[in-house]
Design a protein around this ligand. Structure first.
Ligand SMILES: CC(C)(COP(=O)(O)OP(=O)(O)OC[C@H]1O[C@@H](n2cnc3c(N)ncnc32)[C@H](O)[C@@H]1OP(=O)(O)O)[C@@H](O)C(=O)NCCC(=O)NCCS
Length: 172
């Protein structure tokens, strides 16, 4: 084993598809679940606070360094969720990279499968409390999403978006 891999193995833990840095904090009431497939990785100095749910549902969830995922937020993985570094996710946000298909009227929606594109949240993003981020969206580096917003389309960097659906408020 080379020196770098030795250092890596000291600083990181890996258990059945869950990898987190030893300098991250995961509150005892948070749930990290990849039992339906997919992997979870959590970077250095990232905190996962009270009651947060991180549920892969077959996709991978990667969270970078120095992030804060605040109480009772729910992060799903279905089509993939990539969160960069220095990202703040306030309490009660939901990030859901999946949609039910519903084109067939005669068939129950729950039998029609899912479309999953994935969600990317770039570095230095702040999601205010109670945001909902829908599938296929990228939130650009340095952007802010106001409390209670629903993001249905990609957001450019260094901008502030608010509302349902989230609309441009201003540049930073
Ligand atoms: C988005 C935000 C950062 C903007 O703050 P700001 O730059 O000081 O903006 P202002 O308060 O001057 O508001 C500007 C306009 O946007 C509107 N607005 C602000 N936040 C909004 C929101 N979340 N949803 C809808 N509209 C909002 C204001 O009503 C105001 O509208 P007006 O011009 O018609 O009066 C702030 O309002 C916000 O939502 N913060 C999140 C707080 C939070 O969740 N904290 C958790 C701590 S981690």
């Amino acid at each position: 084993m080379g020196l770098l891999s030795k250092i890596f193995s000291v600083l990181n833990f890996s258990i059945k598809g869950l990898r987190y840095h030893s300098k991250s904090f995961i509150h005892k009431t948070a749930v990290l679940d990849n039992s339906f497939g997919g992997e979870i990785s959590i970077g250095k100095n990232t905190e996962i606070l009270n009651g947060v749910l991180i549920l892969t549902y077959g996709g991978n969830i990667n969270i970078g360094d120095n992030c804060s995922i605040n109480p009772y937020s729910v992060l799903y993985g279905h089509g993939g969720l990539a969160i960069g570094n220095n990202v703040l996710i306030a309490a009660h946000c939901v990030i859901i990279p999946a949609n039910h298909n519903f084109s067939e009227i005669e068939e129950p929606i729950n039998k029609q499968g899912l479309t999953c594109k994935g969600i990317i949240i770039e570095d230095d993003v702040w999601l205010g409390t109670g945001c909902k981020i829908l599938d296929g969206v990228t939130i650009g580096k340095g952007s802010i999403i106001g409390a209670g917003s629903i993001v249905t389309k990609s957001i450019p960097g260094n901008s502030v978006f608010v509302g349902n659906p989230a609309k441009f408020l201003k540049h930073r």
